[in-house]
Design a protein around this ligand. Sequence first.
Ligand code: IPM
Ligand code: MG
Length: 361
Amino acid sequence: MTKKILILPGDGIGPEIVAQAEKVLAYLIAERGLKVELDHGLLGGCAVDATGVPLPDETLVKAKESAAVLLGAVGGPKWEAIDRPLRPERGLLAIRSALGLFGNLRPAVLFPQLAAASSLKEEYVSNLDIMIVRELTGGIYFGEPRGIRTLDDGQREGFNTLVYSENEIERIARVAFDVAGKRQGRVCSVDKANVLEATELWREVVTEIAKDYPDIELEHMYVDNAAMQLVRTPKQFDVILTTNLFGDVLSDLASMLTGSIGMLPSASLASDGSGMYEPIHGSAPDIAGQDVANPLATILSLSMLLRYSLVEVQLADHIEQAVSQVLTDGLRTKDIHSVDTQCVGTDAMGDAVVKALSSLS
Ligand code: IPM
Ligand code: MG
């Protein structure tokens, strides 16, 4: 049976960056024998506008029938004032949860051509290759109770719950150890075990599970120190294993080491290998529709989709090589542009990747 890919462009720059990844997909289908069936759906603010909810049932049904989902980005000022359960971001969290996508892989890899665009000096980031393994369907993002309530004295109080079960910790720890086994074999588990009980348990369980992986070196680090170490000596890290919230923060931080948040893809995986693939950046409403957004994180997310969910390893490699080639050719979107490079728009960047890809076959 032909595998299905569901495409969810989302809001803001989502549609324009996803359109570039679709050009790459169209090329792979037409010229490289990739056999997939494409479908489209609504998620986020566009879904609220069309159906009244951020995750329509139809989208979820289609997603469950698909081998993989490719997502742009969701959210924007237009939907900030609406009821909390109807906000675009809730749709994103709901689809992550409903599909069981607990394992979020966020590689922070520096393309050598972009060393000058990094926020750190080249010597600190050359050959940087970190994999952040973020727990994605638990922790404070999903913990109950949550809300904003009014106290007896009339003032309001906001509250959230950080909760992790042993099973949730164990399964994400195993993802990190497995990933590390295919890399340098080192895991740094990031927590706040000195203050938060939920992450004290996290540290205990990770230490226990590590016994099943005698070849993997495990280190623990508090999140404040990890943030500092990431800008001090980022190359000390191989795999960073962490919670939902800490992973959200640290992956944005790590992205700047690689030049731009517009470069970083991600894979969110379920235990059956199905997954959702999205750039780690947001919907950037301020630059939407201007043909300036960087589509490379989305194109690299497509590469991860081919690698992890479709096991089309060669095609995945070729996409990465094509991205590297356009950077070598000096093409840059505005976010990574510098004086000696050629500034191109979103659309032209997509075309350039397809062209580079066609010379690799
Ligand atoms: C991310 C984003 C999301 C998150 C938002 C849009 C809900 O920041 O994927 O990193 O916090 O997980
Ligand atoms: Mg984030």
